[in-house]
Design a protein around this ligand. Structure first.
Ligand code: MN
Length: 488
């Protein structure tokens, strides 16, 4: 069977397993549509383009998502890169799929430009623009496959895309409780952003694992035996190695000494229900002495983003230190798929949590906050980054202004009085006229005269921001009023 045929069959098989009622014919149709639309296009890896949307769809199917999300995954690059339009998609696959594809196309325009102050805004903007969390999931799958094939891109693009993932995508995945996704995204971008550190750490971990693996197997066998003897039924006992990126972050806290990172390797015990979790914890502590202050009950008190599990760090019989994580299958799935874990079988894919979950509330609140502040959002549209400039105060604070903004706009942005008392300006330490247009990266210093009381009406001819305009106008109006009053 040709490779592509194998891949589509695998996709259909995956979907059928968790959703026997899904219309596989329609999914196959979407695949054929995308294949035809991208016909002749190649990825930089040399592969036919269709492999990319297909990989995206496969990842969504692995998350057990609904057919429309998978179809949108297959079609996600069609309007942007081919002659087919959103209308074509609506006609063939319906309004819902088209809306999802439109959302992904829009998100594609948000680009990281390395301005730290704006990262949080960028994240909020990302979530606000996605509106529908399903769009975020498709975007994640899309981006993850792009990361996997990043080696084919030029170095500057690798850095841009990897920074974007580390600064924007990964924190959002975390916020959505998608730990697995967060870990995968971080791991891949870490490799490109810090190649030296990545390789050093990879070597270190491999060496460390060689010595740890044997004893990890021994402890797993030991734990299984003890649980059996106590009559506890477990679903799985497995070893897990900490992801390199989060390990790196921990190492920096501990003088790069891997022996001080206790959860470098951990054993994870998956059981049927919550009472069994606590029973297992009791048995573990009976057999292996716990380290003081390292018992964490995230079942009674889940992390804000919903993470639940029991953690404990213990001394093994050989005197080694190891972390043990105990959780139910449900908790395991939640940690893996986060928000997605709750809509497996919801055909509409709408966000109806099976139980009240705090972090979903928080996310909703976060989104509500954003949509309530419509005006703020207006100013945060994506093209904001094309027609805005970023300048600095002498202290290094970043101030964003519209293109063409002048020292007067800058002065009023900093403070009304500084605007009104402005008599001159230094741009990059050079005297400049008050109507000079500023450029991104300029350092602006405003010269003021404390005795000056009023702005000049001439300024209205060149200021660009409405803040400056309004403040100048109101100061001038006040002056006219006072003059009239004095004349009388
Ligand atoms: Mn794509």
């Amino acid at each position: 069977m040709p490779e592509l045929e194998k891949k589509i069959q695998h996709l259909l098989k995956t979907i059928k397993e968790y959703n026997p009622k899904a219309d596989l014919g329609l999914i196959e149709l979407a695949f054929l549509f995308a294949k035809q639309a991208h016909d002749g296009q190649k990825r930089l890896t040399g592969e036919d383009y269709i492999h990319h949307p297909l990989a995206t769809a496969q990842m969504l199917a692995d998350m057990k998502l609904s057919p429309n999300i998978i179809i949108a995954g297959l079609l996600h690059d069609v309007p942007e890169d081919t002659k087919y339009t959103l209308e074509d998609i609506t006609k063939n696959f319906g309004e819902e799929v088209a809306t999802l594809v439109e959302g992904i196309t829009k998100l594609g325009n948000i680009k990281y430009r390395g301005i730290e102050r704006y990262i949080e805004n960028l994240r909020k903007m990302f979530v606000a623009m996605a509106k529908d969390t399903r769009v975020i999931l498709i975007k994640f799958a899309d981006r993850y496959h792009n990361l996997k094939t990043l080696y084919a891109l030029p170095r500057d693009k690798q850095i841009r895309i990897a920074s974007e993932v580390l600064e924007i995508y990964a924190p959002i995945a975390n916020r959505l409780g998608m730990y697995e996704m967060k870990g995968k995204l971080e791991e891949e971008s870490f490799k490109y952003l810090y190649p030296k550190e990545y390789n050093w750490l990879k070597g270190l971990v491999e060496k460390q694992l060689k010595t740890k693996e044997i004893y990890l197997d021994e402890i797993i066998a030991f734990v299984k035996k003890e649980l059996k003897e106590e009559g506890i039924e477990y679903l799985e006992v497995k070893g897990r190695v900490k992801q390199l990126y989060s390990l790196y972050a921990k190492l920096l806290e501990h003088d790069k000494d891997i022996n001080r990172v206790y959860d470098f390797v951990a054993i994870r015990i998956i059981v049927q229900d919550i009472p069994t979790c606590y029973a297992v914890l009791g048995i573990i502590h009976k057999k292996m002495k716990p380290l003081k202050g390292r018992i964490k009950d995230y079942i009674a008190q889940p992390k804000p983003n919903g993470y639940s599990s029991l953690h404990t760090t213990v001394f093994t019989v050989d005197g080694e230190i190891i972390e043990i994580q105990i959780r139910t299958k449900e908790m395991e799935e939640e940690a893996e798929y986060g928000i997605a874990a709750h809509w497996h079988y919801d055909e509409k894919g709408s966000l109806i949590p099976s139980k009240k979950i705090k972090w979903i509330d928080e996310l909703t609140k976060w989104q509500k906050e954003l949509s309530e502040n419509e005006k703020y959002l207006e100013n945060l549209k994506i093209d904001v980054f094309n027609d805005r400039i970023f300048v600095f105060t002498p202290k290094g604070d970043v101030i964003d202004l519209p293109k063409g903004a002048t020292p007067i706009d800058f002065a009023y942005y900093v403070h009304t009085d500084i605007g009104a008392q402005c008599t001159g300006a230094l741009i990059n330490n050079h005297i400049a006229s008050l109507n000079s247009p500023l450029k991104s990266g300029d350092v602006i210093e405003i010269i003021t005269d404390k005795n000056r009381k009023n702005p000049s009406a001439d300024w209205l001819k060149f200021v660009k921001t409405s803040v400056a305009k309004n403040k100048i106008k109101s100061a001038l109006a006040k002056r006219t009023l006072i003059e009239k009053f004095l004349k009388k």
